[in-house]
Design a protein around this ligand. Structure first.
Ligand code: DP6
Length: 359
């Protein structure tokens, strides 16, 4: 049994959820200073939920009081100490909402390599939130679940919905922001939540992920968000994002890749400009990253291949194209010396509760 340390027979309330990761077209980078623990972003972001990159999580709450502590296993490895803390803190949020003190066993599997540049925190915290809440019998709609998931991982708020999704910053300014009166009110405060723009069958886009490095990143997104404000470029980026969001909403509504593509490249580069000019500076790119970026530009500009790039907090490159171009893009990117592996996903549904459990 993974996650023992029980003093007697467990009586468990169990649920299992599968949730997709997502790729952002307008990025979440930076949190509002006074509300760091709530993950209130500096700007709205827009993403596509991924069908083929997902996390399945079972949460089993022990209501007998026999389990002494929470246990967490991801991809067969039991987390200990600090690596389990973020999950335990999220279980604490669910316990506070439900008003219980049960400990839990959490077992979670990703269908993609964790160091692939696909956000496992997005799918992981979305699945944990939905499974954890369902197993406690909490009846929370997707909007409330998005608010709860956001506090575990900002990008997880978007994985509560399928298709094309916008996470609204919600809280206008820090002076306007009022925290909830009680802990559980604040946990369920739904001002900063995601909503679906279009369902997964609206547009057959593809995310072709070029993996140039599988090494763990030195600085996590969570730490990076706290550094954004130290960059002299941060205000310039957030000042532009309003107009970029409008263009991206329109491009998705009209299924117009020529409108979407330049903005998604621009915001990825703007975000990495902020990262590189933060104190301390964050440099996520590897030589292979630049090789892919240069190749994409050459294919598009010289040969008319309709593909654009975006990059998250890591060295791997996400190539966004329409379904008809995906095989050609996979073939080209897979032939680059820097690329070790290629993973492709289209738009997927929101989280689903499953009948089968992992424990
Ligand atoms: C670069 O959601 O991973 O992928 O809130 O600390 O979990 P935490 O950060 P996370 O940040 C994602 C950053 C990004 C851009 C994006 O997905 O919008």
């Amino acid at each position: 049994m993974i996650g023992g340390r029980a003093t007697g027979p467990l009586s468990e309330r169990k649920a299992t959820c599968r949730a997709g990761s997502n790729i952002a077209f307008i990025k979440y980078w930076g949190v509002a200073g006074d509300f760091e623990d709530l993950n209130i972003p500096l700007n709205n972001s827009i993403s596509m939920t991924l069908a083929d990159a997902h996390t399945t999580t079972t949460v089993a709450w022990d209501d007998s009081g026999c389990l002494q502590e929470d246990t967490v296993a991801i991809d067969g490895v039991e987390l200990v100490g600090p690596s389990a803390e973020r999950t335990v803190a999220h279980l604490d949020r669910l316990r506070a909402i439900a008003g219980v003190s049960y400990r839990a066993r959490v077992v979670s599997n990703n269908n993609f390599p964790m160091a692939s540049g696909i956000a496992s925190s997005a799918s992981g915290f979305a699945a944990l939130t939905v499974a954890g809440a369902a197993a406690l019998g909490l009846h929370l709609d997707a909007t409330r679940l998005s608010a709860v998931a956001r506090q575990g991982s900002g990008s997880a708020s978007r994985s509560l919905f399928g298709g094309f999704v916008e996470w609204e910053r919600g809280w206008g300014g820090e002076s306007e922001a009022k925290r909830g009166e009680s802990e559980s009110n604040s946990l369920l405060d739904s001002r900063s939540v995601a909503r679906q723009l279009h369902s997964e069958d609206h547009w057959a886009l593809r995310d072709v992920i070029a993996i140039v490095s599988t090494g763990a990143k030195r600085v996590s997104s969570s730490s990076g968000h706290r550094l954004a404000a130290t960059s002299p470029l941060n205000a310039a980026r957030t000042g532009c994002v309003g107009a970029w969001l409008e263009t991206v909403r329109r491009a998705i509504a009209e299924r117009d890749l020529c409108l979407l593509g330049p903005i998604l490249e621009l915001d990825a580069l703007a975000m990495h400009g902020v990262m590189m000019t933060s104190t301390p500076s964050l440099l996520y790119w590897q030589p292979g990253t630049l090789e892919v970026l240069q190749a994409v530009r050459t294919w598009r500009e010289d040969e008319g291949v309709p593909v654009y790039f975006t990059i998250d907090a890591g060295p791997n490159v996400h190539l966004i194209c329409e379904a008809e171009a995906a095989a050609e893009v996979e073939r080209r990117v897979g032939a680059l010396p820097a690329v070790g592996r290629v993973l492709t996903s289209g738009p997927g549904t929101g989280p689903e509760l499953l009948d089968g459990h992992l424990i």
